[in-house]
Design a protein around this ligand. Structure first.
Ligand code: M6R
Length: 608
């Protein structure tokens, strides 16, 4: 979590740092701050709350200088407050640091530094870093940072400036993302590419423990022995507009509407009519696929929900047993995983700490790992054996939408690829599925036509405190996602249940007027779902059914019906999720919530 930026050049640093931070607010927005070298002194301005507060403060008392660092925070250690905001400095304010990650041994380091006469003001783990750097500082900032990092355990991406070396910015990463932007006579550091994209498209994607030094001479990258490292420049090809709202009121709405394109891009060159599926980035062989005894899909949040769909489709098409796990639980249950197991991790950001821990555990046990991720150069993409990129483009809203549908597409692609190699599905069937997949962008476009019905549903349910989402089979997997979306951006409590499970307990919660969203897009299970709907209707529930076009009989049971375009059951999650995304979006607006930046959340959860 948290976003860091840094600037070295010959322009005013403050506006550039603010601009960069505005593109990183999705990583956290509890507080923000900058440290800039002005007339040989480090000047720090920081405060609790959104970036706007920092901007106002800087307008009142500007800082002028051409070297600086900035931070937007998602609180881990220490509540959101001015004093806990970054940058953090040593007492004399000769060293300032911005940090994304967690220093796990900070208590021990703090005690030791305190015994050496250092003083601490905040409750953060980060504050040990400037003090450690100060402890080791003997006139060379790089050397001091290298020594300090040797003492630090945990994860970090840090940017450091020093009063005594005003013409230098040093940065390094370990298990937290960091990129370097290369401009003309200027350079940048940032947690993510959108932060520098308005200034440059040339970036270095840093690896763990690569130290970067920004000076007048340009960008230098060295290892911990100060040996120079040559790196390839990565040219960003996607449009800067992809990270802007482009006329939409919120990123979330824009990203919902980008789904047809994102789906198409994710299928391009992988799903081609009449041709076998070829996955250039996946090196697993036919023999290895045939030998697989188990697939583990591991992920968090929305990505986990895509994994639940993955389990259904891989088992159905490729006939390989699949376990789907919440990443934070996976490693603590001592999973039975070996060289004949495959792990698929799903992570939009490719940085989620729990998911990365699962990946590392699987590799330790000799399993092969495929990463399904949306971020080129992310930790997941670098550490996995194979990568299947979802080409959703940057997803800025905290609530995941286009990343989810492209993760679904990735699950279908992998399932079909395995089925093709294991010959568990006939060529005719494979072709039929592929053809329907190729029609999905159009179907999703059509699914947006439910907008009015969803706005009406929102108006009718805006005062509800609790809701239920029900479904069977793949509808249950989508119900999980619909429920999460509603909770995270409208703060309405909701539960998703497998429709058949309801009568084993939760039905006790159904009373007159309880809102139930029932998903009934799975033809084979339709009648059973309708029976479950009847069970809740007869106990007073107000039911909104989501069904495929043509299934008008749901209107006899449900109070209201919303229709999605007809697609084969297997692919239905891609269209079924659309009304649920829109419902959470309109509900969030109706309740006056912050759609793109819901309370207590951050886009990328890089702490366990
Ligand atoms: O970047 P990741 O896909 O690994 O993130 C996983 C979850 O944190 C994420 O999907 C989260 O649940 C979203 N806020 C849901 O909208």
């Amino acid at each position: 979590m948290c976003g860091i930026v840094g600037y070295f050049g010959n322009r005013e640093a403050a506006p550039l740092l603010i601009e960069g931070l505005s593109k990183l607010e999705y990583r956290g927005y509890d507080s923000a701050g900058v440290a800039i070298i002005e007339n040989g002194e480090i000047e720090v301005t920081k405060c609790k709350g959104r970036l706007k507060n920092l901007e106002n403060k800087l307008e009142e008392s500007p800082i002028h200088g051409m070297v600086g660092i900035g931070h937007t925070r998602w609180a881990t250690h220490g509540q959101p407050s001015d004093v806990n905001s970054h940058p953090h400095s040593n007492k004399e304010q000769t060293i300032s640091v911005v940090h994304n990650g967690i220093i796990e041994n900070y208590i021990e380091l703090r005690e030791w530094l305190t015994s050496e006469g250092y003083e601490f003001k905040s409750q953060t783990d980060t504050e040990v870093i400037p003090n450690l750097v100060d402890y080791f500082y003997e006139g060379d900032l790089l050397k001091a940072v290298i020594k300090a990092t040797k003492k630090m355990e945990g994860s970090y991406a840090i940017g450091v400036i020093a009063k005594n070396e005003p013409d230098k910015l040093v940065a390094v990463r370990k298990d937290s993302p960091l990129i370097v932007g290369i401009g003309k006579e200027e350079s940048f550091i940032a947690s993510d590419i959108p932060a520098v994209l308005a200034q440059t498209r040339d970036v270095y994607l840093l690896e763990d423990r690569e130290f970067v030094i920004l000076t007048k001479e340009g960008v230098k990258i060295v290892d911990s022995n100060e040996n120079a490292i040559e790196k390839e420049v990565y040219k960003v090809t996607w449009d800067a507009d992809a990270a802007e709202k482009g006329g939409y009121e919120h990123f979330m709405l824009k990203e919902i509407h980008e789904q047809p394109k994102a789906i198409k891009d994710t299928m391009t060159s992988r799903i081609v009519k009449g041709q076998p599926i070829k996955l250039d980035d996946i090196t697993i062989t036919k023999e290895e696929i045939k030998k697989l005894n188990k697939v583990y899909i591991v992920a968090c949040g929305t990505a986990y929900h895509a994994g639940v769909v993955g389990k259904y489709v891989i088992e159905k098409l490729a006939r390989i047993p699949v376990e789907v796990d919440i990443a934070s639980e996976f490693k603590y249950r001592d999973p039975i995983i070996d060289e004949n197991s495959l792990m698929i991790i799903i992570s939009q950001s490719g940085e989620t700490a729990d998911t990365m821990s699962a990946l590392r555990l699987a590799k330790e046990k000799g399993a092969r790992v495929i990463a399904v991720t949306n971020v080129v150069g992310s930790t997941a993409s670098r550490e996995a054996d194979d990568v299947l990129y979802t080409w959703a483009g940057p997803e800025i809203a905290v609530a995941s939408t286009k990343a989810y549908v492209t993760q679904l597409i990735a699950m279908y692609i992998i399932a079909l690829f395995f089925a093709q190699n294991k010959e568990t599905v006939s060529n005719e069937k494979l072709e039929e599925i592929k053809e329907e997949m190729l029609a999905l962008p159009e179907k999703v476009e059509k699914a947006f036509e439910c907008k009015e019905a969803i706005e009406k549903m929102t108006a009718e349910t805006v005062n509800e405190k609790d809701m239920f989402f029900l479904g069977r089979g793949l509808d249950y997997a989508v119900a999980l996602e619909g429920s999460l979306k509603l909770k995270e951006i409208s703060y309405i409590h909701s539960e998703a249940y497998a429709a058949g499970e309801l009568k084993h307990g939760p039905i006790a919660l159904i009373e007159e007027g309880t809102v139930v969203v029932a998903l009934g897009t799975q033809e084979e299970l339709f009648d059973k779902t309708v029976s479950n709907v009847q069970e809740v209707v007869s106990r007073g529930a107000k039911v909104y059914a989501i069904a495929k076009e043509g299934h008008r009989e749901v209107e006899k049971t449900a109070n209201s019906a919303i229709y999605v375009p007809r697609v084969m059951d297997l692919l239905a999650p891609v269209v079924t999720v659309i009304p649920l995304q829109l419902f959470s979006y309109y509900m969030s607006i109706a309740k006056g919530c912050d759609v793109d930046k819901p309370r207590n959340l951050a886009k990328s959860v890089t702490v366990e």
